[in-house]
Design a binder for this molecule. Structure first.
Ligand code: ZN
Length: 97
């Protein structure tokens, strides 16, 4: 079983959490100025990398809060978790994977 560290509650089993998709997807300031292709790209297209990926998670069976995590999609290892609204931490050697 994976152990995920909630920034508020600490380390808990993965069963308490729910995946929330890719992190740091910002809604366009003025959607009416976008083309249909740009709007569709915002709504549907995600990076899906092999390696380190910034993701949203929610501690559903705990504090209920959303937070972000950088997870290695190959090994399922959680490199770091951080509060929603904080910038993604720099991770040394990130491009090596
Ligand atoms: Zn929590």
């Amino acid at each position: 079983m994976l152990i995920i560290t909630c920034p508020w509650c600490g380390a808990r089993p993965e069963l308490e959490f729910r995946y929330g998709g890719e992190a740091h997807i910002a809604r366009p300031a003025d959607p009416s100025t976008l083309t249909d292709e740009e709007w569709a790209d915002f709504l549907y297209n995600r990076t899906n990398p092999k390696g380190l990926h910034a993701e949203r998670w929610r501690h559903v069976h705990g504090c209920g809060r959303f937070f972000n995590a950088v997870r290695d999609t190959v090994s399922d290892f959680f490199v770091v978790t951080y509060k929603a609204g904080e910038t993604r931490p720099d991770i040394a050697g990130e491009q090596a994977k």
